[in-house]
Design a protein around this ligand. Structure first.
Ligand code: DI6
Ligand code: FE
Length: 399
């Protein structure tokens, strides 16, 4: 039995229903074999724990390690050229329809080997981890052939072996219709997306199935065909929905009891109700909203009043959110979407865990969960969302 006590002036447990941030002042956490055995006041350590090694974090804040629950971290190249085009007036949709956009990253990603994809993604992963990220979701979706999708997922798994981070993968072959299937989206689903899912699942590469439901991507009926296969294989689903228009993607995802529906700028109240009823988390992506200079913010009030858990994530990708900072994402969620700093922190801890099906494992400092902690040089947890471009991470404690 391996035991340790972590002490700090402030512990934001992020357990719901109690004090703000689930805050414990002058607190301590008992860790046994990598899991949290108790949390409480430092002067009330259980009798049989006296004499256990103490790691004293002093006048610092301890939170759950952060979780980035929506990224496209693995890709080749970048889209700085397209950024220039947009600054000259072209829109994201126009560029996508003209064969740029996602499709141009597909070309760059296909050209790289698995090793090269890992190498390209590592600096982005390291940037996120330097801010306390202990769990990250990584999607495929820039390969769009069976082999290239598998290559991306293998690269994502490798990243989890190379660094001390938990990687959850999502199979996103239904991200864009590749050039060779232009105008034949259904054939692409039959010949690539579905057999590719079977192959990826057989190799243990898929933790969830995702799709992009949008005018420039796939219709709800097409996404439903992908979700049916996921359901048959017993894999949970999530969906990029209502980012640029409302096609009913979030309601469709909810009807499959999706882990999450993501983006949601064009969500309506009935969609929010459907999500609440089915336990589907709303993942908001302020980086994409900011970078594409969207005007319509997601309906945060409707999500709150329906009781939908709200997570936030970087959406780290080369086209719509070249963002590798979860702290900046928290600030953007507060400034752009008006999330309270406590909601922003819940969005990268407790609710992000739910969006990945990890609610029993991580996301709060709570008895039974894994001891994955971030230690910060700040006095109060509101400072995490408040600061801009400042990394107050002192260290991460795992197990
Ligand atoms: N929505 C997004 O914001 C990203 N993918 C998606 O479905 C953008 C991907 C890209 O532009 O490369
Ligand atoms: Fe995305």
């Amino acid at each position: 039995m391996n035991r340790k006590i972590v002490k700090a002036t402030n512990i934001a447990t992020m357990q719901p229903g109690g004090t703000a941030y689930g805050l414990v002042a002058d607190g301590a956490i008992g860790i046994e074999d990598g899991r949290i055995a108790w949390v409480g006041k430092a002067d009330a350590v259980p009798a049989d724990w006296r004499g256990t090694t103490v790691e004293d974090c002093g006048n610092r804040l301890v939170t759950p390690a952060l979780i980035d629950c929506h990224t496209h971290l693995v890709f080749g190249g970048n889209r700085a050229k397209e950024f220039e085009m947009r600054l000259q007036g072209a829109t994201y949709e126009e560029i996508a329809r003209a064969g740029g956009g996602i499709v141009s990253t597909v070309t760059a990603t296909r050209a790289l080997s698995e090793d090269e994809l890992v190498e390209a993604a590592l600096p982005r992963l390291d940037a996120l981890m330097a801010e306390g990220v202990g769990t990250i979701e990584i999607k495929s979706g820039y390969g769009l052939t069976i082999e290239d999708e598998l290559k991306m997922l293998r690269a994502a798994r490798r990243l989890g072996e190379l660094r001390k981070v938990r990687v959850k993968t999502s199979y996103l072959a239904a991200h864009a219709v590749p050039a060779e299937y232009k105008g034949r989206a259904d054939a692409y689903i039959d010949e690539v997306v579905l057999p590719g899912l079977d192959a990826a699942q057989a190799e243990g590469l898929v933790d969830a199935v995702d799709g992009f439901c949008e005018g420039i991507a796939f219709s709800p009926a097409q996404i439903a065909r992908v979700f049916e296969r996921a359901k048959a294989l017993g894999i949970p689903v999530k969906l990029h929905a209502e980012q640029l228009s409302n096609l009913g993607g979030a309601a469709l995802a909810a009807s499959y009891r999706a882990l999450s529906a993501d983006h949601l700028e064009y969500l309506d109240e009935a969609d929010a109700e459907a999500m609440a009823k089915n336990g589907t988390v709303a993942v908001l992506l302020p980086g994409a909203f900011y970078f594409l200079r969207e005007k319509q913010a997601p309906p945060v009030d409707a999500l709150r009043s329906a009781g939908v858990p709200i997570a936030i994530a970087t959406d780290c990708n080369p086209g719509s959110s070249p963002l590798a900072s979860l702290l900046l994402t928290m600030n953007m969620a507060s400034t752009l979407f008006r999330l309270a700093p406590e909601e922003a922190l819940a969005g990268v801890t407790r609710n992000a865990a739910r969006a990945l099906g990890l609610a029993e494992e991580v996301g709060t400092i709570e008895v039974g969960k894994r001891a994955e902690l971030a230690v910060w040089d700040v006095g109060h947890p509101a400072e995490l969302a408040y600061r801009i471009g400042f990394n107050a991470l002192n260290k991460v404690i795992v197990g």
